[in-house]
Design a protein around this ligand. Sequence first.
Ligand SMILES: Cc1ncc(COP(=O)(O)O)c(C=O)c1O
Length: 381
Amino acid sequence: MVTKDDFLLNKDIFFFNNGSYGACPKVVFDKYQEWQRITEFQPVKFFQKDLIPALQYSRKLIGEFINADYDDLILIRNATFATNIIIHSLDLTPDDEVILTNHEYGACRNAWEFWQQEKGFTIRDIEFDLPIPSPESIINEFEKIVTKNTKVIFFSQISSLTAQLFPAKQICGFAREHGIISIVDGAHSVGQFPLNIQELDPDFLFSNIHKWLYAPKGTAFLYTRKNLQYKVKPLITGWGWGSKRELPSGSDYVDTNQFYGTNDFSSFLTIPDAIAFYRDNNVLELKRECNALLQYFIEESTKITGKQSLYSKLPDCLMMAVIEIPDKYETLELKVILLNQYKIEIPVLEWGNRKLIRISIQIFNKKSEVDYFLSMLKQLF
Ligand SMILES: Cc1ncc(COP(=O)(O)O)c(C=O)c1O
C-alpha cells in the first residue's frame, strides 16, 4: 500500500495541494540523485555519449504512456516554457485572433499577453461560469466566438484555478474543422487524465510530468503534430541548431529544442522510473479511490458551506476539485489560518467574484485526513 512514507513530504502537514507542484516518490527521487551523480562522475562521457540515447529512452516511454510517436515529443522544463515556445513559434499578426477562456492559468495568460504586445494579435476571451452545464455547452460558446480571423484556441484540459475538465477531444475536433490551431494546456493531465494523443489529436499539447506522474520538479513534455513541427523555434538557440550541430537525435524539431547548453538533465532521465512507480503501484486503480474521496469531500463540505457544488457531475478521472466558500475571510488570511493553526496545506483562491478552495487527493491522502479537514471547516464556517 502506498503511504506518505513513500514520499519526501513533511509528515506534520496535511497535504492537499499536489496540484501546484506535484510530489515525487522517494524511489524516483533516489534515481534523480543517481543521475546527478552519474553526470558528475564522468561528465564528458555523460554529455557526449550517454545523454542523447538516455533522453530518447525517456521520450520513448512517455510516448508509449500517452500513445504518441516519441519523435513528436520534446522534453522541456514545464508548462510555462511550453506555452512560450509555441506562441513564439506561431506567425501571428495583428489581423489574427486567439481565443482563451476565463479558466486559464495566470502565467500562461501572461505569456499570451506579453507576445500580444510583441506581435499585435487580439486575445478574445470566452467566459464559462460554474457549474458548466455540459461539454456541448462549451462547444456552443466556441461556435459563437469564432470568426474568420481566429487562428488559435488555447485552453486547459484540466483548469488550474477551477479544477474543471474541458472536453479536449471535442474542442480539438472543432478547431480542426474550422482550420484553427488547437493548443491544449495539459499541465494537470498526464497521470491524472488517461491521455491518448492519437485519440485527442491536438495540434499542440503539453503536460507537466512532475504534477501527477511523480517525476521530480521541472519535467514536462510538449507534443507537436508532425505537420506543424517545422514551425517550432527554440526559445534559446544552441548546439542543436545549424549544419554543425552536435548531439543529433535524427529530428530537427527534437535537436533544436532539446539541448539548451550545459544543464541538469537528471529529472528528464527519471521518466522511466516515474512511469514504473505509476504502474507498479497500480495507480490507475488507486485513482478511483481518490476520485470517490473527492466526491465525498464535495458532498460533505457543501453541507458545511451551504454553497452548491461547482460540478454538474464530477468527472470520474479527476483527483482535484474546487468548492466555493462563504465570503467570511480574505483568501490569504484563510490560507494562513489553515496552515499555521491546523497544519493543512491547501490553496484558497479567488476566481471572478467567488472564493474557492481547491483540494487535491493524491494516492497518499486518507479518508481520516479528509475528515479532519472537514471538521476544521465546520469550526471556521
Ligand atoms: C493549467 C496550468 N497551466 C500551466 C501551469 C504552469 O506550470 P509550470 O509552473 O510547471 O510551468 C500550471 C501550474 O500549476 C497549471 O495549473
